[in-house]
Design a protein around this ligand. Structure first.
Ligand code: ADE
Ligand code: ZN
Length: 326
């Protein structure tokens, strides 16, 4: 109980959160209704019952389907604001938020609608809660390089508020090498780079993300632990890993929270952080992820303080703003 209270009030940054993955079932119903979109569920309970996954792709199928209720600038603003309301309650001070523009542009929603809506939610959250935030534009890796280049071009007018680019969706069979050129183009435009790697994919995909994408941060990275030389490289580079415990459990990346690799990552000198990934689908926001580890592992106050500290030092905030949070 003491540790719970400590976690609740611990100031933190969130570095791995897909805004589309914060769409709660109640909100899915409300948006469907106000937009006249038909969804294949009769009730909120019906939706929650569908959230049982045995691998990443099971989740992705339902996550892309759910995103279809997002239609207007107001929807994206309200989605973001609802996330920040939860994040504020969890003592989140700064968030670097993934969005998947292709999920929306491929069904006829303009990039501008998505961007304007999310920025409005971000502005309102800064005003009401003092939370700072930036966006990270993710390319869907199951789509091709040409589509990623087209998405990067659409982002051009908004680059002042986009911290960087990322890579998400189905990992196996879609290695980082597929996006080496588009990441190089993003780097030329001054964008930071992150990528999901080693969630389901092999350690070699993590190595590719380092060598071919020039990543500044590694999303997940669980399977890097299978390769001691790679662990050593990540530790020596001071690479931040954005790890997502409840996601790992729900997607069967780990079989048991007691066997979660975060304690091992810290012991190996890796800069791990705790994040919620897709909180509406995986059973909890960032503090729920901290608490799940507190309940099932021997991590204590000092460890959680280190993990929260890592979330600021691993962020893309300027050094003077990082210092203000430590
Ligand atoms: N898109 C949303 N969440 C994701 C995850 N955990 N892995 C890959 N793609 C995602
Ligand atoms: Zn993710």
């Amino acid at each position: 109980a003491d540790l719970d209270a400590f976690i609740t009030g611990l100031p933190k940054a969130e570095l791995h959160l897909h805004i589309e993955g914060s769409l709660e079932p109640e909100q899915m119903f409300a948006f469907a209704k106000r937009n006249g979109v038909v969804i294949p569920f009769d009730s909120v309970e019906d939706i929650r019952a569908a959230y049982s996954f045995s691998r990443l792709q099971d989740f992705l199928d339902i996550y892309y389907q759910g995103a279809a209720v997002l239609q207007t600038e107001q929807d994206f603003r309200d989605l973001a604001y609802a996330y920040f309301t939860r994040a504020h309650a969890d003592a989140v001070r700064h968030a670097e938020i993934f969005f998947d523009p292709q999920t929306h542009t491929d069904r006829g929603i303009a990039f501008e609608t998505v961007a304007r809506g999310l920025f409005a939610g971000m502005d309102d959250a800064q005003r009401d809660f003092g939370i700072t935030s930036r966006l990270i534009l993710c390319f869907l890796r199951h789509l091709d390089e040409e589509a990623a280049f087209a998405t990067l071009a659409q982002a051009k007018p908004w680059l002042d508020r986009i911290a960087g680019v990322g890579l998400d969706s189905g990992e196996i069979g879609n290695p980082p090498s597929k996006f080496a050129r588009v990441f190089a183009a993003a780097a030329d435009q001054g964008l930071r780079r992150v990528a999901h790697a080693g969630e389901e994919g092999p350690p070699a995909y993590v190595t590719e993300a380092l060598d071919l994408l020039g990543i500044d941060r590694l999303d997940h990275g669980n399977r890097a632990l299978e390769d001691p030389a790679l662990v050593d490289r990540l530790a020596r580079a001071g690479m931040t890993l954005t790890v997502c415990p409840l996601s790992n459990l729900k997607l069967c990346v780990v079989n048991d929270m007691a066997a979660h690799p975060i304690p091992r990552m810290l012991a190996l000198g890796l800069k791990a952080t705790i994040n919620s990934d897709d909180p509406a689908y995986f059973g909890g926001y960032v503090n729920d992820n901290y608490r799940a580890l507190a309940a099932s592992t021997s991590l204590g106050r000092a460890d959680f303080a280190t993990l929260a500290r890592n979330s600021f030092t691993g962020s893309f905030l300027p050094p003077e703003e990082i210092a203000r949070h430590l």
